[in-house]
Design a binder for this molecule. Structure first.
Ligand code: IPE
Length: 247
């Protein structure tokens, strides 16, 4: 097990609802960010993706980025807000001695490839990227952290992809709060999924992305981010609270 952990290449997304209070603009949950960063500090090879939460979604919805927004100043505004959240994440990674290097989406999307990731991983760094705005065809759009998880999985083939979420997994039964150990595509139609009205599509879209990642043979999990040591346990192959996504 120890040997596996040392060579394992992990892709981890910190969901925006975990690292921020999604109802209050620009409110980072610094204590949770600090804990999550400490839980991954043993990783030797990895990529961190983080969501936008209240730094991204509130204005993205208000300015209509879902259908494209032509206003360049609004674009810069959201872009600047996301840089602030990214800086908080980087500070916390650094406090845990993690050699993080930020590779923001506007440096490679939609025109480039993931060469910078490959380069910095090879050089012993942990690249960090995030859901953000990008410009295409005269309009600003959103690239979500989940889309980036898929893109990075396709090109870099991690061993494990973990989505750290504000829910403890996929609920089989919302009333009894029963969490599924495993979810497969066949099970989705029987689930009651309450999609939230954010800028990037909610749980149903997230599951589609996860199934695509699992299809590549990558171990894919959704794990609760509010539980102490849960992320660390999931990464180390120990018992954790969450749902495995399987195809
Ligand atoms: C959204 O990224 C980024 C912006 C709205 C600018 P995500 O869609 O990955 O964020 P979360 O995880 O849902 O908050």
């Amino acid at each position: 097990m120890l040997a596996y952990i040392i060579w394992m290449f992990a892709l981890v997304k910190f969901g925006g609802s975990v690292i921020t209070d999604k109802s209050k603009f620009g409110e980072a949950r610094e204590d949770i960010i600090a804990r999550l960063c400490s839980e991954i500090s043993f990783l030797k090879k990895g990529v961190i993706v983080h969501g936008g939460g209240s730094f991204g979604h509130i204005k993205a919805v208000k300015y209509g980025f879902k259908n494209g927004c032509e206003n360049r100043v609004y674009f810069s505004e959201i872009h600047g807000d996301m840089i602030k959240l990214n800086e908080i994440i980087l500070d916390n990674l650094l406090s845990n001695n993690i050699p993080a290097v930020s590779i923001p989406p506007h440096t490679f999307y939609p025109f480039g490839d993931l060469k910078a990731f490959r380069y910095y991983i090879q050089e012993g760094f942990i690249p960090v990227t995030y859901g953000d705005v990008f410009w295409k065809d005269g309009k600003g759009w959103i690239i979500s952290g989940d889309d980036l998880m898929l893109m990075i999985s396709r090109e870099l083939r991690p061993d494990i992809a973990i989505f750290v979420s504000d829910v403890d997994g996929i609920y089989e039964d919302l009333e009894r709060k029963k969490i599924l150990d495993v979810i497969t595509p066949e099970m989705v139609s029987s689930l009651k999924i309450h999609d939230v009205g954010d800028a990037t599509g909610g749980l149903r879209k997230k599951l589609e992305v996860m199934f695509q990642i699992a299809k590549m043979g990558i171990k894919t999990y959704i794990v609760g981010g509010f539980l102490h040591n849960n992320l660390r346990k999931a990464l180390k192959g120990e018992d954790f609270i969450g749902t495995e996504v399987r195809v």
